[in-house]
Unconditional design. Structure first.
Length: 197
């Protein structure tokens, strides 16, 4: 598929890939409705850092609120998203032989002024996360809104990527350091990982 070929080519050449065509504006709107309904219902949690017994909230490191998605969701919009991700996984396995077997995703809501300091996405004792995937849900995002994803490439200048609605960013979880800059409005996304376990 052309959209996936472009992502794979960019990852091979630049260590990350970006496409602006992953979600339509209507799909963005529908997912935002679900995100906001659940956020208003109080089921989001303040995000933490670390794993298992070492997990802790550190608002000086990250300030987003998250809700993990359930692959058995009855919402048609979420099922359509899962179908797209599974199609992407199948294509990556067929073309890049990555051995991906599963995925995990959460909604992420960054309140105004919050951020996520520079980090890798793979845990020290968990090598299952192979690819990081971020799908943005921000309609009418402006350059003055901030909130860019900053990708820190080895031996190169950092790359800033605006969180435009419908855009997908993908990179290898253990190889790319990245951070989220503060924004002047709420910043919404579906964020997750394609796994080999």
């Amino acid at each position: 598929m052309k959209i996936f070929d472009l992502l794979i080519d960019n990852i091979a050449e630049h260590s990350y890939g970006v496409t602006d065509d992953f979600f339509t504006p209507n799909e963005v709107k529908a997912l935002v409705v679900i995100l906001r309904q659940r956020h208003e219902a109080g089921v989001f949690k303040t995000a933490s850092i670390g794993q298992k017994s070492e997990r802790r909230v550190q608002d000086k490191v990250r300030g987003d609120h998250i809700l993990w998605l359930d692959e058995n969701s009855i919402d048609a919009e979420e099922q359509a998203f899962f179908l797209k991700i599974n199609t992407f996984i199948t294509y990556l396995n067929q073309t890049c032989y990555l051995g991906l077997r599963s995925f995990e995703f959460h909604y992420a809501l960054y309140p105004i002024g919050t951020f996520y300091k520079r980090h890798f996405d793979r845990f020290l004792h968990d090598s299952g996360r192979k690819m990081s995937v971020i799908c943005y849900l921000n309609a009418d995002w402006q350059a003055t809104d901030g909130g860019e994803l900053v990708i820190h490439l080895p031996n190169a200048e950092p790359v800033k990527i605006a969180p435009l609605g419908g855009r997908l960013v993908c990179f290898e979880a253990d190889k790319i350091e990245h951070e989220v800059l503060p924004a002047l409005r709420e910043r919404l996304s579906l964020t997750g990982w394609l796994r080999t376990d």
